[in-house]
Design a protein around this ligand. Structure first.
Ligand SMILES: N[C@@H](CCC(=O)N[C@@H](CS)C(=O)NCC(=O)O)C(=O)O
Length: 220
């Protein structure tokens, strides 16, 4: 395949938590990408041609490799450039990190979907699924009790990989969430929301059309 992209291409959707964490990593790595904001209801032909599975984020490297998983994009970016030491070894063993990310993907996220979008599922009790996630949140809150970030002394990969999902969970009903009194977790969420990192990766881009002049950015 002949590749003539100037920069890697990132297909993304602003509010998607997986796409958010990929954008956080790209911003941190300072790698410039061509951003293509898409709508999940009208996925462009070019996007589906590169990645028929049809989920965002997708990154197409200069050599034409297609990365279709947010964690792959995160590691791709940080392995190229990691100025903020997101890959630094922290308090947690690798196995614990893998387990947390696995629980996030296979337990927390499915419960979050049923809590946030109960009408998309039949016979679902949204509050049952909301409450099933308390155990995961409790664990995060305890990790944050003596440390302002989950793994390292500074915010790193694990924080940014998990944060978008916890924020989404909190946003469903913030009054209820606040009453849980997860003080450290709330501080952690607010700490990230208050950064320039967050406002930069949440910047709005117009929906991509094939003939558009490319937009290049590292969400600076
Ligand atoms: N495991 C994937 C999951 C990505 C994913 O499920 N993204 C959602 C949006 S948040 C998506 O694109 N869904 C396809 C759709 O709604 O059509 C990753 O980590 O990148």
């Amino acid at each position: 395949m002949e590749i003539n992209f100037k920069y890697p291409i990132l297909y993304t959707f602003r509010r998607c938590p997986y796409a958010m964490r990929a954008r956080f990593a790209i911003r941190s790595s300072k790698i410039i990408v061509e951003i293509r904001e898409i709508k999940l209801q009208e996925k462009p032909f070019e996007f589906l041609k590169s990645s028929p599975k049809g989920t965002v984020p997708v990154l197409i490297t200069n050599s034409g490799e297609v990365l279709e998983e947010s964690l792959d994009i995160i590691y791709w970016a940080l392995n190229k450039n990691d100025p903020h030491k997101w890959l630094a070894k922290g308090n947690l063993e690798n196995q614990e990190i893998i387990k947390l990310l696995d629980d996030l993907e296979n337990k927390f996220k499915p419960n979050l979907d049923k809590y946030k979008y109960p009408s998309r599922f039949s016979g679902v009790d949204q509050f049952f699924h909301r409450d099933k996630n308390l155990c995961f949140l409790k664990k995060l809150n305890s990790y944050l009790e003596n440390n302002k970030s989950l793994n390292c002394k500074h915010l790193s990969l694990l924080d940014y990989a998990i944060f978008p999902f916890v924020r989404q969970f909190r946003n469903v009903d913030q009054d209820w969430f606040d009453k849980l009194n997860f003080i450290f977790l709330n501080k952690w969420i607010n700490q990230i929301i208050d950064t320039k990192d967050f406002s930069s990766i949440m910047k709005k881009f117009k929906k991509w059309e094939p003939n558009d002049v490319p937009i290049y950015t590292y969400f600076e």
